[in-house]
Design a protein around this ligand. Structure first.
Ligand code: GAP
Length: 461
């Protein structure tokens, strides 16, 4: 079911109040489309990355990780096509100087007025004609006085060394994928992997985006989790289907509701792609891309062979056949998955006493804290700290000694801590504690000696 109690403003506020996400450069009034993760957010993010890595590297029989440099030789971006065609159609309002993505304002208008358009297939002049015909006004000042549409490259440029010329121009990578492609043979040689095999990477990417401000949905700096599967051309569609399923199952296992996920084939395929689709999530602003799965054929490796002059061919040790493998790419933004995880987890529940509790129903494996230790009275603080120290060796935990127990439960609910361990006077006499479940609010009694394995069992993913 869609989470219809949640708006983006409510979520932004919740994240700010609890320490998930703060506005970037907050005390300087922010920097558009940048956000900082706070103490709870960084735990959630690290846990999401760990869960992804476990699923797509650790549990894959033939996948390997890399951590490539953000700054790459500029020729990489010539080969990939980013220097020439990684751009968005931008349009400026002559009146208030607001810059917009032309495709976005058309899509918004079309959705609002129930007009069916496939904006991905429109040329710049078709988009200009649509905007003129429908008299679409500037969303900021309400006037209709647009410039022509121009393509703006999304890559952030910087220069290397002291001279500011084209020779020294380098880019902040706009995707992590190229780090996997250029290392294809390094990884194959050092691991002695046989095709089919995969290379995965988690890392920062940068895009000079103009966005409609949907929190961390689209930012100028973000992290991607990408996995490239190198296979024989004839196996491409089999593995494409397999990765569609794996990507979907990963989300379901993280606790996503089936009703809030759907596949969407790309309306327009890149000229080199044999197939491409997104998994969309029903965010508060509507269905939007969460991740992509692409059959990129042998385009990337062939282009790198052409531009670097180095072979990208794989030598099959059994058949002695030499060929450039195809690539099935699975790419998901870590920040975007985190946003979807927050939306999916958010809940407001009316309690019997009339109060409302905000609770984040995270899958325990990604919850920021696994356990909160709560001594019922001051005299029990020492015992509580002893148990907390034991748990800390195994899990990210927190201890809260202040306020009524009800308030402390509420504080943990709103950051999604799956288990609260309360320490009472029986704990001193019989070495047992109470564990309260976040979702059911039910409590059980357990010997302290069984606590670690009890929590561990809840974290299996
Ligand atoms: N290597 C393929 C690639 O980069 P993409 O569709 O441009 O494909 C992949 O990006 C994923 O990265 C998206 O599905 C999304 O989750 C995430 N992503 C892309 N741009 C983003 C942005 N500006 N902010 C946050 N996440 C972004």
């Amino acid at each position: 079911m869609a989470n219809n109690i949640l708006t983006m403003d409510k979520l932004v506020n919740h994240c700010k109040q609890t320490g998930f996400v703060f506005r970037g450069s907050d005390i300087y009034d922010g920097l558009a489309n940048t956000w900082d993760y706070g103490p709870i957010g960084v735990e959630l993010k690290n846990n999401i990355k760990r869960a992804w890595w476990k699923r797509f590297v650790q549990e894959s029989d033939n996948s390997f990780g890399v951590d490539a440099a953000i700054l790459m030789n500029s020729r990489v971006w010539d080969a990939s096509g980013h220097t020439t065609s990684f751009s968005d159609p931008k349009i400026d309002c002559r009146e208030c100087k607001m810059r917009e993505r032309a495709d976005n304002i058309i899509e918004e208008y079309a959705n609002k007025h129930n007009i069916s358009v496939v904006v991905d297939k429109m040329s710049n002049s078709e988009m200009e004609a649509f905007i003129a015909e429908h008299k679409i006004n500037c969303p900021k000042c309400g006037k209709h006085n647009w410039t022509n549409i121009r393509q703006f490259n999304l890559m952030f440029e910087t220069s290397r060394g002291v001279t500011d010329d084209n020779q020294n121009k380098i880019y902040l990578r706009p995707e992590t994928a190229q780090g996997e492609f250029v290392n294809f043979l390094n990884v194959q040689r050092t691991t002695r992997a046989k095709v089919p095999f995969g290379i995965a990477q988690i890392g920062k990417a940068f895009r000079n985006e103009i966005t409609p401000g949907n929190f961390i949905f689209r930012t100028i700096e973000f992290e991607q989790m990408e996995h490239q599967w190198f296979c024989k051309g004839e196996d491409g569609s089999k593995f494409y289907d397999q990765y569609k399923k794996q990507a979907y199952d990963f989300l379901i296992d993280l606790g996503f509701n089936k009703d809030s996920l759907r596949f969407k084939d790309h309306d327009k395929l890149a000229h080199y792609a044999a197939a491409a689709c997104d998994i969309q999530y029903l965010f508060p602003m509507g269905w939007s891309e969460l991740n992509g799965i692409h059959n990129r054929t042998d385009y990337d490796l062939s282009r790198h062979q052409e531009f670097s002059g180095k072979t990208m061919q794989y030598l099959d040790p059994v058949t002695n056949e030499k060929y450039i493998p195809n690539v099935i790419e699975y790419s998901i933004g870590c920040d975007r998955l985190l946003l979807a995880t927050l939306c999916n987890a958010y809940d407001e529940q009316k309690l019997e006493n009339g109060e409302t509790r905000v609770v984040m129903h995270f899958a325990p494996v990604v919850a920021p804290y696994k356990v909160a230790v709560l001594p019922l009275q001051k005299d029990l603080n020492a015992k509580a700290r002893e148990i907390y120290k034991k748990l800390q060796k195994h899990f990210m935990c927190t201890i809260d000694e202040a306020g009524s127990i009800g308030k402390r439960y509420r504080r943990q609910d709103q950051i999604g801590t799956p288990m609260c361990v309360t320490i009472d006077f029986d704990t001193i006499s019989d070495n047992t504690v109470t564990i309260r479940d976040r979702d059911t609010m039910e409590q059980i009694r357990l010997p302290i000696d069984e606590l670690i394995s009890y929590v561990q069992n809840k974290l299996v993913f």
